[in-house]
Design a protein around this ligand. Structure first.
Ligand code: DX5
Ligand code: ZN
Length: 221
């Protein structure tokens, strides 16, 4: 199943509730919540108080992307604040097995992400521990960047690795996804699609419907 996960980082925070209601009205599958600590990435976004507000205005599952150092410190709090999926970074956490176990203990799905410079092969030993793998297609830290073409190969390599292990695990892609490159990303094997600017800059409902229709047509091909 192909799912759309618009990143609220690209919304106007003064109107966040309205932006989210529009995406919900057009049938988004998830909301992507980018948490940045100014340490793991050179930017600070928002944290638990925003999550607590956001979870009150939507029933759509919250797909939380933790770009923070030592993410195990905060897993329980993000789960309590309404996360359905919690994704942490390979580069930011020492004990990835313990982190996956803690995310599951909190009742969430566990995701593991790699930055553009990290090789896909590092994920192989965690294939059984995580429910989703996130391939970053920009350097994490900022919305509105350009998709890095060299990352397409990493998506197809990971899909091949999962196939070889008989796994149908979700592959999420995040960074610079547009109407122009969505076909290529799906073709490479991704099925959870983060879109910040491509949904929240412009006509939100039209953008969500465009991607959802695209996915439906792709799946019926
Ligand atoms: C980057 C974030 C992304 C980003 C996506 O660090 O993880 O989720 O906000 O935004 P766009 O789609 O604008 O690249
Ligand atoms: Zn993200």
């Amino acid at each position: 199943m192909i799912l759309l996960s618009p990143s609220i980082l690209a919304a106007d925070f003064a109107c966040l509730g309205d932006y989210m209601r529009q995406a919900d009205a057009a049938g988004t599958d998830l909301f992507h919540v980018d948490v940045m600590d100014g340490m793991f990435v050179p930017n600070i976004s928002f944290g638990i108080p925003i999550m607590e507000s956001v979870q009150k205005i939507t029933h759509t599952p919250l797909d939380v992307h933790l770009m923070i150092v030592q993410p195990r410190r905060y897993i329980r709090e993000f789960a309590r604040a309404g996360a359905s999926i919690i994704t942490i970074h390979y580069e930011a956490c020492e004990d990835l097995n313990a982190a996956a176990a803690l995310i599951h203990e909190c009742g969430c799905k566990a995701g593991l992400s790699i930055k553009p410079g990290t090789d896909t092969s590092v994920l192989e030993q965690y294939l059984d521990e995580y429910d989703m793998f996130l391939i970053m297609t920009v350097e994490p830290g900022f919305g509105g960047q350009k998709y890095m073409n060299k990352c397409t190969r990493k998506i197809s390599d990971l899909r091949k690795m999962l196939d070889e292990h008989g796994l149908d695990t979700d592959i999420e892609v995040d960074g610079g996804i547009t109407r122009e490159n969505i076909g290529m990303v799906l073709e490479a094997g991704a099925n959870v699609i983060v879109t910040g600017s491509a949904v929240f800059k412009g006509d939100i409902q039209d953008n969500v419907r465009y991607f959802k229709n695209y996915f439906a047509e792709y799946e019926n091909k």
